[in-house]
Write a protein that binds this ligand. Structure first.
Ligand SMILES: Nc1ncnc2c1ncn2[C@@H]1O[C@H](COP(=O)(O)OP(=O)(O)OP(=O)(O)O)[C@@H](O)[C@H]1O
Ligand SMILES: [Mg+2]
Length: 148
């Protein structure tokens, strides 16, 4: 796909490029600085979960351009131990380790869409999306710009 980005996650050091790429894509899609920061924070949480709970995995970032909205889809996936109760982990305070259990509920709150698919012994995929709506003025400008 056009500008899809893939970042392998094997240690905490990989959070730095993951956040930076997320910010860069958010900027290119016209998200505000505030939204770009929220997206980067959500990326940190799912990337850190890969390091802590699965060991390694990857993050895919995929811009989504629709007529009246632009989105940034973040997919964090690993082939780790999986999650037994995908509903429970979305509640604050659920942790299997000495964590705070705030990562996933926090990331969900920061993004507009949030899904977890996980199978024990197979791995986990978290898919989350942030949308930015394009108003009529922006769409008109865009159309003009393309016509040249
Ligand atoms: N990629 C993953 N693979 C396996 N289990 C996971 C994964 N991500 C999350 N989990 C499980 O979901 C629980 C909740 O995750 P969450 O990020 O909300 O909290 P935490 O990582 O335990 O603590 P915190 O993020 O606050 O430091 C984890 O304790 C772990 O059991
Ligand atoms: Mg966490």
């Amino acid at each position: 796909m056009e500008d899809e980005v893939r970042i392998p996650i094997t240690s905490d050091a990989d959070l730095v490029p993951a956040r930076a790429e997320g910010r860069a894509l958010a900027n290119s899609l016209g998200f505000s600085r505030t939204d770009a920061t929220l997206i980067a924070t959500a990326i940190s949480e799912v990337a850190r979960n890969i390091v802590v709970h699965a060991g390694c995995g990857e993050i895919l970032m995929r811009p989504q351009r629709e007529h009246d909205r632009y989105g940034l889809v973040i997919i964090a996936r690993d082939a780790g131990p999986g999650i037994r109760e995908t509903e429970a982990v979305l509640e604050r305070g659920y942790t299997s380790r000495a964590g705070l259990g705030l990562g996933l509920p926090g990331a969900r709150r920061l993004m507009d869409e949030f899904h977890i698919v996980s199978e024990l012994g197979k791995g986990t995929t978290v898919t989350m999306t942030k949308w930015r709506f394009r108003d009529e003025l922006e769409r008109l400008r865009d159309k003009r710009h393309r016509r040249g």
